[in-house]
Design a protein. Structure first.
Length: 333
């Protein structure tokens, strides 16, 4: 915080520039070959992507999306990517050029741009093209919990199932050996449905979403629009988490996402679309550009990070914590 993320990344960026220009020699079968490398994309959660990309916390900016110029009002009314003006290299450069003058605060509060990040000095990376969406945080910890929460609230308010019965079914269901470690916790309370936090991890939420039709499908009326809306999300997730996709799949995905978001506004008119729900409409383009997004998600990083988070709580000593965690981690190697 004292020096900024660009100062932290500067040695890394200089090393990448050297790799871009000079490359590195490797020995293969007795022959020397030179390879060059670079950085084209960054995988991170939303806050980290905004920090690395030179944005402020976009939730507090007028235009809240790092991929387009969407305002909060537009997010509630438009549900296809073609309806939004994308952020481009040219627009980003114009915004950064205004940061040094009297328009600095305007650029920050309106467009969320606070600096031209150091990664943009690399040959093949740019903020507007290289900050990948993360389906773990956007879907498993964003859209899916929101949709499940409102669906369960609707089922309970309609007296189709009670919270007690829901938890009983979760606890008694045999999820099998593969999903056993990811099984959702059967401790959902009415207060959780009101607050929006179902107290499930990303993997538990993924498991709950996929198994919910088996858990409560028998009590849902066949003509339930809320249920069809939830099944639409599951269909979208099948494409988002697929290991292989085609260009035709991405086009179909865009149609499904548009239908999902527009139906949300109809079914839950008092519940506004969140930025993470808006990010959905950009996912088909990113999938077409870089392939299946499951190959770039943060799940494995978060699993590794959990070791350090748990260890820091156990140690309880926060004096030079990075050094302590580094030493403890090195002992595992």
């Amino acid at each position: 915080q004292a020096h900024g993320i660009d100062a932290v990344l500067e040695p890394f960026v200089e090393a990448v520039k050297k790799l871009e220009d000079e490359g590195h020699n490797f020995q293969f079968d007795g022959a020397e070959r030179k390879f060059r490398g670079t950085v084209t994309v960054v995988s991170a959660d939303n806050l980290a992507s905004q920090l690395i990309g030179g944005y402020k916390a976009l939730n507090s900016a007028f235009r809240k999306c790092r991929y387009c110029m969407a305002t909060d009002a537009e997010m509630q009314q438009k549900f296809h990517e073609r309806e939004f003006q994308p952020r481009t290299r040219d627009t980003h450069q114009r915004h950064c050029a205004s940061l040094g003058g009297p328009l600095h605060d305007h650029m920050a509060t309106t467009y969320g741009v606070v600096r031209d990040p150091i990664l943009n000095t690399l040959r093949y990376f740019h903020t507007t093209e290289g900050l990948l969406p993360d389906i773990m945080h956007d879907v498993l910890e964003g859209v899916l919990p929101m949709c499940v929460k409102h669906l369960l609230s609707h089922l309970i308010d309609s007296s189709l199932i009670s919270v007690t019965e829901l938890n009983r079914r979760i606890e008694s269901y045999q999820f099998g050996p593969i999903e056993g470690s990811n099984r959702p916790r059967g401790n959902i309370a009415a207060t959780h449905l009101e607050s929006g936090d179902l107290k499930q991890s990303a993997t538990e939420m993924w498991c709950l979403g996929r198994f919910l039709p088996l858990l409560v499908g028998d009590v849902v009326p066949e003509d339930s629009a809320h249920w069809e809306h939830f099944l639409m999300l599951l269909h979208i997730m099948e494409f988002l988490f697929a290991q292989k996709v085609s260009m035709a799949t991405t086009e179909h995905m865009a149609i499904l996402i548009e239908a999902f978001l527009s139906t949300w506004v109809e079914l839950y008119p008092s519940r506004t679309l969140t930025p993470k729900m808006h990010y959905l409409l950009h996912l088909p383009t990113w999938t077409a550009r870089y392939g299946p997004l499951v190959n770039y998600w943060c799940m494995r990083y978060e699993a590794k990070h959990s070791f350090f988070k748990n260890l820091s709580r156990i140690i309880g000593n926060y004096i030079n914590l990075p050094l302590t965690l580094a030493k403890r981690h090195q002992h595992l190697q």
